[in-house]
Design a protein around this ligand. Structure first.
Ligand code: GDD
Ligand code: MN
Length: 399
């Protein structure tokens, strides 16, 4: 049977052309100079996608032979493989704009995004795709930070896992409500339903696409699936210090837009504001006893032991910090926050020592202005109260 208008053959059962034969899911794979990875990736990925009625779409920004490798490997693939080769001008938008270009060119209801370097095991991506297609959710995130997930050997390069876990903390601190149930908001492996997110709202300047997606679509229903982040199959990472800076700018921009309501997320409820006010009060009371401990220790060290004032102030900080941490842990947060109590204690110490470096010159200055060492010390402690509370409440004890 032939549709006379378009000349295309119809299914035997006479079902309307279109819809049913379009893919259900598009796997968008950004690739920049990944020539040694494409073939291995397609060998593991494409056959597993057949039962899901999926297509593969490369967004290629390469200067090496990736382009040719994609076009050849596509011939052997059992699922459709498409590609977009971007012009030099388009490439300047980097990874984020590549993902958006791919998502906009998809014809399916679902888009799954994954890396080309096999750090996202194709088997995990397929599991994620199947989960997405089966469930009534809008965004499915592959997570390395929950359940059986892990960063495995994937972040073994020096400093990478530290950077990853601290940027994770940072964004969770900046957006505590939206990200409360999200364990890996910067994952590069995720899927989303195109009809429930608004791609036009995205700003391709950032390269953490998932983070923007979550924040700009606050009512999207989110699920997570664990996976293990593998080492790169071949080639080199494109992560750089510059991208780190781009990421920080992206967080600041999103945060600012959130404040003025441009992200369409709700404002904190009255009850949450009240709870935070209580915590601040309790934190302040604990801090007041801490200042007494600090002053006592300072007196002991400087007056009784005869240590230099600033050295004594530095040691006194350790004593009052431990005191404050123990009380805050038990009275204010009662085990809230990630990791162990000892881990939070170490972060608390780090924070107060960093702030102490800030305080010491001011203590010296105030003493030049004829203030006694005890008053100068206490004054700098009080002055930094709000900062200490915010760092504790939003970072160290982030819910
Ligand atoms: N088209 C295009 N254009 N692709 C790019 C570009 C670009 O400018 N930059 C990177 N890619 C592709 C790479 O070819 C690879 O397929 C994927 O994006 C990830 O790039 P990597 O250089 O391997 O980044 P990574 O492994 O450091 O970062 C991954 O993990 C992070 C979390 O640890 C990515 O998945 C990040 O999105 C993720 O946040
Ligand atoms: Mn990678």
């Amino acid at each position: 049977e032939v549709d006379t208008n378009t000349g295309t053959a119809l299914e035997k059962d006479g079902e309307a052309a279109g819809e049913e034969r379009l893919p259900a899911l598009t796997v968008v794979i950004p690739a920049r100079n990944e020539q040694e990875n494409i073939t291995a990736l397609l060998e593991r990925l494409a056959p597993a996608l057949v039962p899901l009625r999926a297509e593969i779409l490369f967004v290629d920004d390469s200067d090496d032979d990736t382009t040719a490798v994609i076009e050849c490997a596509a011939v052997l693939s059992p699922v459709p493989v498409r590609w977009i080769h971007r012009s030099l001008a388009e490439r300047s938008g980097g990874l984020g704009s590549a993902v958006l270009a791919g998502a906009s060119a998809a014809c399916s209801e679902w888009v799954l995004v994954m890396d080309a370097d096999l750090q996202h095991p194709p088997e995990a991506a397929v599991r994620l795709a199947a989960t997405a297609l089966r469930h009534d959710v809008d965004i499915v995130i592959g997570t390395r930070y929950a359940g059986t997930g892990s960063t495995g050997e994937g972040l073994a390069a020096p400093g990478r896992s530290l950077v990853s876990s601290w940027s994770n903390r940072l964004v969770k601190a900046a957006f505590p409500r939206r990200l409360a149930t999200v364990t890996d908001p910067m994952s590069g492996l995720f899927a989303f339903r195109r009809s429930t997110v608004d791609l036009r709202r995205m700003q391709p300047r950032g390269f953490k696409v998932l983070l923007e997606l979550l924040l700009r679509n606050p009512s999207a229903r989110v699920a997570e699936l664990a996976y293990v982040f593998e080492p790169r199959h071949a080639g080199q990472t494109k992560a750089s210090l510059r991208q780190g800076a781009t990421f920080l700018r992206q967080v600041v921009r999103l945060r600012r837009q959130r404040l003025v309501g441009q992200l369409r997320s709700g404002t904190p409820t009255g009850r949450e504001r009240l709870r935070q006010a209580w915590r601040m009060l309790a934190f302040g009371l604990v801090g007041t006893t801490g200042i007494l401990v600090n002053t006592g220790a300072l007196w002991g060290l400087a007056h009784l032991l005869g240590l230099h004032n600033l050295v004594a102030a530095a040691f006194a900080t350790q004593a009052s910090t431990l005191w404050n941490w123990a009380l805050v842990e038990v009275l204010v947060y009662r085990g809230r926050g990630s990791g162990s109590a000892a881990g939070r204690g170490v972060r608390f110490l780090l924070m107060n020592n960093a702030l102490m470096l800030l305080r010491l010159p001011f203590i010296a200055l105030l003493m030049r202005a004829d203030l006694g060492v005890y008053s100068a010390n206490a004054l700098t402690l009080v002055a930094l109260f709000a900062l200490r509370f915010l760092l504790s409440d939003r970072v160290i004890y982030a819910a």
